[in-house]
Design a protein around this ligand. Structure first.
Ligand code: HSE
Length: 333
């Protein structure tokens, strides 16, 4: 029998944390022992792992004794507060928050794109922003044919990216709207039913929100190319758990549509959904609960001689978060 690992999940009761448990089960990760950690509020809750009710414990600095791998998805403040304690205890931290992503000593890893970076960790490996992960999985096979020089991307982001409470708010607000009842949003900043709005992260001095700037900086770090220019517009749409993105790229040389299709069809983690005759392309109901990023609508960019346009969709909770984190853990085995 191969080696088994003692694993902890910090933020185990959240939308991503519960999917991390499911991914460890589904991928048959060699778990010797699973420790579920969350805030005091969740102490007493039991979550099922491999058919066994597993108690949730309070996340403290002492939670990581004996732990080999600690998956964090409890938000950046909790990561800043507790990741160092996990590393001191000897665990490798795989952090889903934005706390450490841009630190030079922290690899930012998408296993289909830059798996080799994981080996350079010094205790912490960062899981990129979900919108960035989904985009780079689709773009890496094209970048390998001819380097991408410029990306223009518009995202259509699901409620799940803002957490389990935002998913519930979408359901509650939609029910209220259908029943013509008033509903006051408490999680997201604007009415969500039958509406969409600019991403709910703060807008910086340059007019871009944090989510958009994450796509700029993280894409460059993952692809090891500081020259790539990225212009992102991030939008929250009333979809439960898959992000979609309309992407146009400019490459060093013109890549033909058939070349792009062949590369994407052969790429790991990608499924081409490109049925022009049936007008069927990637959509959230096709990517929900799927591991692959769906890619389609691959066509020439009519505004740019060396450009291609495409549309992608990926499950925000899986490839955008929990699955990518567990794949990183697999790289360490
Ligand atoms: N930033 C993403 C979103 C989720 O707001 O949808 C976390 O990566």
């Amino acid at each position: 029998m191969g080696r088994t690992y003692r694993v902890a999940i910090a933020g185990a009761t959240g939308a991503v944390g519960t999917e991390m448990i499911r991914m460890l089960e589904k991928r048959d990760f060699p778990v010797a022992d699973l420790r579920l950690l969350a805030s005091e509020r969740s102490v007493g809750v039991k979550l099922s792992f491999r058919g066994e009710p597993t108690p949730v414990e309070k996340l403290t600095e002492d939670s990581f004794r004996g732990v080999d791998m600690a998956l964090f998805s409890a938000g950046a403040p909790r990561s800043r507060e507790f990741a160092a304690a996990a590393v001191r205890a000897g665990a490798v931290v795989i952090d889903n928050s934005s706390a450490f992503r841009m630190r030079a000593d922290v690899p930012l890893v998408v296993p289909e794109v830059n798996p080799e970076d994981a080996a350079r960790h010094q205790g912490i490996i960062a899981n990129p922003n979900c919108t960035t992960i989904i985009m780079v999985v689709a773009l890496k096979p094209l970048h390998d044919i001819s380097p991408i020089r410029r990306i223009v991307v518009s995202s259509y982001q699901s409620a799940s990216g803002a957490g389990a409470k935002a998913m519930q708010e979408l359901l509650d607000a939609t029910r209220a709207a259908i029943e013509a009842r008033p509903y006051t949003p408490t999680v997201l900043p604007h009415p969500y039913a039958f509406n969409l709005f600019s991403h709910n992260s703060d807008i910086g001095a340059n007019g871009y929100c944090q989510e958009e700037m994450k796509m700029v900086h993280e894409t460059r770090k993952i692809l090891h190319d500081e020259e790539i220019r990225v212009c992102a517009t991030c939008v929250r749409v009333p979809v439960l758990r898959s992000h979609a993105e309309a992407i146009t790229i400019e490459q060093e040389r013109k890549v033909r549509v058939d070349e792009a299709l062949a590369a994407l069809a052969a790429a790991p983690g990608v499924r081409v959904v490109d049925d022009r005759a049936g007008n069927t392309f990637p959509m959230p109901i096709l990517s929900n609960e799927q591991d692959d990023v769906l890619v389609g609508r691959i066509r020439d960019d009519l505004s740019c001689d060396r450009g291609l346009a495409l549309f992608v969709c990926g499950d925000q909770l899986l490839k955008g978060a929990a699955l990518n984190a567990v794949q990183i853990a697999e790289l360490l085995c």
